[in-house]
Design a protein around this ligand. Sequence first.
Ligand SMILES: Nc1ncnc2c1ncn2[C@@H]1O[C@H](COP(=O)(O)OP(=O)(O)OP(=O)(O)O)[C@@H](O)[C@H]1O
Length: 290
Amino acid sequence: MALSLPTHSSPTLIPLPRSPKPTFPTLRRLNYRVCVATAATPLLQVNDLRAKIVESNVEILHGVNLTVNQGEVHAVMGKNGSGKSTFAKVLVGHPDYEVTGGSVVFKGENLLEMEPEERSLAGLFMSFQSPVEIPGVSNDEFLVMAYNARRKKLGLPELGPLECFSYLMEKLQLVNMKPDFLNRNVNEGFSGGERKRNEILQLAVLGADLAILDEIDSGLDVDALRDVANAVNRILTPQNSLLMITHYRRILDLLNPTHVHVMDKGKIARTGDISMVEAIEAEGYETVSA
Ligand SMILES: Nc1ncnc2c1ncn2[C@@H]1O[C@H](COP(=O)(O)OP(=O)(O)OP(=O)(O)O)[C@@H](O)[C@H]1O
């Protein structure tokens, strides 16, 4: 089902509320009802997580421990090849990896027992380092399908084409994207920066209790980085959380992480706050991890 969306670049967009952090009130209300977790329960609790590559049997994660509470922004940094993306992919259930030990509890439920799709419907969102193309599926079809699936999971009625249109327009404005992108196939022919922006559009449309952004800042020009950071800041609320993987301070200054972690050899080697990034930049990972 393709929505007939305008292809001109300057449509009359629905103005966003002035609030710096608009949310999805109806979804949020329902989230409180269906969410197993309480304010005292961590949103995500990772204990001694170990995982290997299925094909080669090589263990990459050697006992990751991490707790994310509602409203927190966590940054994971670390040397190339230290296991950051693997950790993120294991959390969303990527089939290349097999969990060999430890536990992951998300909103009070065993995440490792859920299929990848169930994890997504439960409110876990991941933006991959290299977002993939989906040939033959238009962006609007994909977004509407995914959003309605999430609404169904939450016990909400599916949105009809007109409601979807207004909703998507609002989210497009949030990420400062032209409506033309809705009519194009998902990521097909998109530039690197456009793909990253499109990932944030997906996050804005779907909403998430925990958004994992893997190097969302790589390949973005300064304006795109600011747009993406502004959009993420407006999506964040005291109820949801962000786990971002990055190599750069620029995005950290814009998103103000509450926690900064350094991953080393498949483990979280050190945890601190934003001030640790200065030490990393001055002394490198070896010293900081040690
Ligand atoms: N599917 C796979 N097949 C083979 N090797 C893999 C696979 N996934 C991860 N690895 C290896 O595991 C190690 C960790 O990779 P990972 O992508 O998690 O690192 P990273 O910390 O995200 O690195 P970067 O900062 O460069 O993105 C690397 O040595 C990588 O080559």
